[in-house]
Design a protein around this ligand. Structure first.
Ligand code: NDP
Ligand code: HEM
Length: 501
């Protein structure tokens, strides 16, 4: 007799035959009463959930965050105290491609982390870049539309991308990173991660500090050129999945040095740049990085769908000791992600095992589709409203953030005024050696191929403002690609970009 468990319908009835449908006569047709067949086909139709509107292609693993430094004077977050070891899950992704996209594409890599802390889940949903393309969230859906398919051609559109970027010079910093070597990493073990936004820390005395998070790869950086990546994609579309999964199976656990930059609350009024502007970094010389620990990935998921596709990361998930900042982009993301999860996974997405906090959770939300926790999570059926006299869950005043000083008139402020979009891309450009610069120029030329001349010229004028060598280098690479010479702009001692060096 077989020791295997019996196969049943999802309602529990045993299935007598999973090879032959019930038919009227040997040659069919099938009967409606073959409920097992109907159930099987209906389940198959529902196997896919909506893919993420952005960052659809992803790879993930479980691991730990271990804190070795002491930043207790800045934050009361339990997971950031010396010696704390916190289980976590990471999901990496590309931004623009659909779920079946090839891995080895030039694109920003998502770097989403969920830490299962004793104070609740803390999510840091960052990228492998410290900055972003836009600084106002009202521009985000338009920006993403330029990265996705054209509504008529159903193809990606370089014209749309460069039209938008050339009309949005705040994108220059991120575009430069995207077109540099780091824009096409070989895999995710060899990338840095950044929280990107400014967040806040607050301590037991109610003092606030602004903070940036950095995760520095301890495997070193590795990238492909466009030509190398084309060969890889020809061989396998799953190069990153293969690299991460196989490394973990071999027991090679990737690690990242975890670092923070800390800014005292009132410094934010003194910096020459807006420290809440997502298109800017805080220069290391002004705000040095502090090592606080190590993140290690050491366990593959048992089931990709359950643990990676179902993972719901949201910048709104913070814990006591960590807070938001006025960053407009961050504020919008606090809304956008939980809203996306309710649509993609359902109202009770936090109850899917991979998203469940690893501490008991009580609240007064009730009922709803797919409610699998008994309707209410208060611990007492009489305590279904708050306040009550029946021992229901109560507030925890120590979780209250210190008050945030805000002033100014409510208005739509022009974010172009008083914002230097060229200085920090110039600092990055100046870090590149000649080989890196040459690859930057040819990557940009490859991405710009075939766009209207007026858009090309508008974009080149921005590169010139970063540095004349930048604009001229792209002109040379464009000419090499399509045979049309572009006159170089002249560089003199008085060129402002030269004087700024
Ligand atoms: P620093 O010289 O102190 O820091 C330079 C940083 O640039 C390092 O973190 C380095 O990362 C990173 N970097 C090196 N090559 C590349 C590349 N090809 N693409 C992206 N990043 C790279 O200078 P500053 O702090 O004054 O910053 C200068 C510029 O460096 C900034 O304008 C920004 O573009 C870039 N940068 C700055 C960061 C910051 O938080 N200050 C963070 C990342 C980049 P690594 O340590 O991994 O080698
Ligand atoms: C995914 C919105 C900016 C990193 C997503 C998703 C949405 C979204 C709706 C899909 C979520 C899902 O279905 O699970 C936005 C909006 C932004 C913004 C509205 C700006 C206003 C950013 C920035 C970063 C970022 C600045 C990084 C610093 C990510 C990552 C994912 C993601 C890593 C994938 C998370 C995962 O692995 O599940 N974003 N985003 N996004 N976003 Fe953003």
């Amino acid at each position: 007799m077989s020791k295997n468990p019996i196969m049943r319908t999802s309602a529990g009835a045993p299935i007598p035959d999973n090879q032959n449908s019930i038919t009227a006569g040997e040659r069919g047709p099938v009967l409606m009463q073959d409920y097992q067949l109907i159930e099987k086909l209906a389940h198959q139709n529902r196997e896919r959930i909506p893919e993420r509107a952005v960052h659809a292609k992803g790879w993930g693993a479980h691991g730990t965050l271990t804190i070795t430094g002491d930043i207790s004077k800045y934050t009361k977050a339990k997971a950031l105290q010396p010696g704390a070891v916190t289980p976590m899950i990471a999901r990496f992704s590309t931004v623009a491609g659909e779920m079946g996209a090839a891995d080895a594409e030039r694109d920003v890599r998502g770097f989403a982390l969920k830490f299962y802390t004793q104070g609740g889940n803390w999510d840091l949903v960052g990228n492998n870049t410290p900055v972003f393309f836009v600084r106002d969230p009202v521009k985000f859906p338009d920006f993403i539309h330029t990265q996705k398919r054209h509504p008529k051609t159903n193809m990606r559109s370089p014209t749309a991308m460069w039209d938008f970027w050339s009309l949005s010079p705040e994108s220059l910093h991120q575009v430069t990173i995207l077109m540099s070597d780091r824009g096409l990493p070989t895999d995710v073990r060899h990338i840095n991660g950044y929280g990107s936004h400014t967040y806040s820390f607050w301590n037991d005395s109610g003092e606030r500090y602004w903070v940036k998070f950095h995760f520095k790869t301890m495997q070193g950086h590795k990238h492909w050129t466009n030509d190398e990546a084309a060969v890889v994609v020809g061989k396998t579309r799953e190069s990153t999945q293969e690299d991460l999964y196989n490394a973990l199976e071999r027991g090679e656990y990737p690690r990242w040095k975890v670092q923070v930059q800390i800014m005292p609350e009132l410094d934010a009024e003194k910096t020459s740049y807006n420290p809440f502007d997502l298109t800017k970094v805080w220069p290391h010389a002004e705000y040095p990085v502090i090592d606080i620990g190590v993140m290690e990935l050491n366990r593959n998921p048992e089931n990709y769908f359950a643990e990676i596709e179902n993972a719901a990361f949201s910048p709104s998930n913070i814990v006591p000791g960590i807070g938001f900042s006025p960053d407009k982009m961050l504020q919008a993301r606090i809304f956008s992600y939980a809203d996306a999860h309710r649509h993609r996974l359902g109202t009770h997405y936090e109850h899917i095992p991979v998203n469940q906090p690893k501490i008991p959770v009580h609240h007064y939300h009730r009922d709803g589709q797919m409610n699998t926790f008994g309707g209410i999570k208060t611990g007492n059926p009489d305590a279904y409203y708050e306040p009550n006299s029946f021992g229901g869950p109560v507030e925890e005043p120590s979780a209250k953030e210190p008050p945030l000083r805000i002033d100014g008139n409510a208005d739509r402020y022009n974010h172009r005024i008083g914002n230097d979009d060229y200085g920090q891309p110039r600092a990055l450009f100046n870090l590149f050696d000649q080989g890196q610069k040459d690859r930057l120029f040819s990557n940009i030329a490859a991405a710009m191929g075939g766009i209207p001349q007026a858009i090309e010229e508008r974009q080149l004028a921005h590169f010139d403002k970063i540095h004349p060598d930048y604009g001229n280098g792209v002109r040379r690479a464009l000419a090499k690609a399509d045979g049309r010479e572009r006159p170089a702009i002249s560089v003199t001692e008085n060129t402002p970009q030269r004087a700024a060096e």
